[in-house]
Design a protein around this ligand. Structure first.
Ligand SMILES: Nc1ncnc2c1ncn2[C@@H]1O[C@H](COP(=O)(O)OP(=O)(O)OP(=O)(O)O)[C@@H](O)[C@H]1O
Length: 372
């Protein structure tokens, strides 16, 4: 088994703690993504795992071996970085073979593995060519083929697609996943691009300000953000987070925000009985705002509000609307094309809020309040 376990990893540069007590594990055969805003500590975490940096404290275990103090070469990893790390003076064959030759793999075995990796990635006819003659997409495939040819215990990818245009990215993502599925090892993939993370990740760890914010499947991150940061980070547009007052009455609860009183479904009653504060943060997902004409298609409890359309951004298959709800509450809604009417900027429309989809957060800890 080659499970990767990262325990309490910490790294600072001067007074700047850039990786702060990070722990997670990646199972054999799992494609695990590190996602987060720029400067959050993703690449440093990856560099600690591959041995290019040494942690101040913490432990990295691969299989049954503690690899924390091993050199990068001793760790037996397959790596693809943003700049691919290819040797410009070598042929494609030479680049794919490089990692094997330095490990003293027998020549006929090198030849076999290079050709097999090249074939899988459609590079066979390029093997004698110089790296300099290849396009960015082809170079990316050579870096991947080099990875594929190795018998690595762990695969690491640091923003490997950022130099490719969107069309090539799609194919390159499929290539990376094919390599991963062929190898059946743990893979760790760093990106700041949410759509990429959601497209490839079995599970995603979100890192920001050096800290692990949440680990979960794409579905868990979207539907159950662990804190206010996650609610504001995940999704385009992300969840609306609105600070209001908790209103208690007749055993039921509501949140009052800027003149609106939004009732909370009964599932919240038990947990809110013990809530001591007056202020609370309401999480309103953009998809929980529905146009009136479509209320009947929604089975859930709906709260109706008049709204004014302040802005519309049309995207493929959907529109993002900035709405003024009631008199004074600005929120973003996501309407999918085809299913819903197309209002214009300035229109006054009726919308409904799907109350079942609401989330709540504690304004002091900023953690999600969870219903059992
Ligand atoms: N060798 C170094 N010396 C000093 N500071 C560093 C060093 N390497 C990284 N940092 C700092 O650590 C922080 C985290 O950087 P890191 O590259 O890990 O973030 P990231 O999440 O991968 O960001 P990006 O998506 O922009 O690559 C940044 O503030 C960066 O400036």
């Amino acid at each position: 088994m080659s499970e990767l376990v990262v325990q309490g990893l910490r790294k600072s540069f001067g007074n700047n703690v850039v990786v702060n007590d990070i722990s997670f594990s990646v199972q054999e055969g799992e494609f695990f993504v590190l996602l987060g805003p720029s400067g959050g500590g993703k690449s440093t975490t990856l560099r600690l795992i591959c041995g290019l940096e040494q942690p101040d404290s913490g432990k990295i275990v691969l299989g049954n071996q503690d690899i924390t103090n091993l050199t990068p070469r001793q760790r037996n990893l397959g790596m693809v970085f943003q700049d691919y790390g290819l040797y410009p003076n070598m042929t494609v064959f030479g680049n794919i073979a490089y990692g094997l030759e330095t490990r003293h793999v027998a020549k006929n075995e090198v030849d076999k593995r290079v050709r097999s990796a090249a074939e899988m990635l459609g590079l066979t006819s390029h093997l004698p060519r110089s790296i300099n003659d290849l396009s960015g997409g082809e170079q990316q495939r050579v870096a991947l083929a080099r990875c594929l040819a190795k018998d690595a215990e762990l695969f690491l990818f640091d923003e490997p697609l950022s130099n490719l245009d969107p069309k090539l990215r799609f194919q390159a993502r499929r290539d990376i996943l094919n390599v991963h599925r062929t190898k059946k090892k743990p893979s760790l993939y760093v990106t700041h691009d949410q759509s990429e993370a959601f497209a490839v990740g079995d599970r995603i760890a979100v890192i920001a300000k050096g800290r692990l914010q949440q680990v979960g499947t794409p579905d868990e991150l979207i539907n159950f953000p662990s804190n206010v940061f996650m609610a504001r980070f995940i999704g385009t547009p992300p969840m609306n987070t609105l600070t209001g007052q908790l209103v208690r009455g007749n055993g039921a609860f509501a949140v009052a925000i800027n003149g609106l009183t939004i009732p909370l479904p009964a599932k919240w009653n038990a947990i809110l009985q013990n809530y001591q504060q007056n202020e609370i943060i309401l999480g309103l997902p953009p998809t929980a705002i529905v146009q009136q004409e479509f209320f009947t298609t929604v089975d859930h409890q709906v709260y109706q509000i008049p709204a004014e359309v302040l802005d519309i951004e049309s995207q493929i298959g959907e529109s993002i609307l900035t709405l003024k709800l009631g008199n004074d509450l600005t929120a973003q809604a996501q309407f999918s094309d085809g299913e819903e009417a197309h209002p214009n900027v300035g229109d006054r429309i009726k919308v409904g809020v799907n109350l079942e989809a609401l989330k709540l957060f504690d304004p002091i800890s900023e953690n999600a309040i969870k219903v059992e």
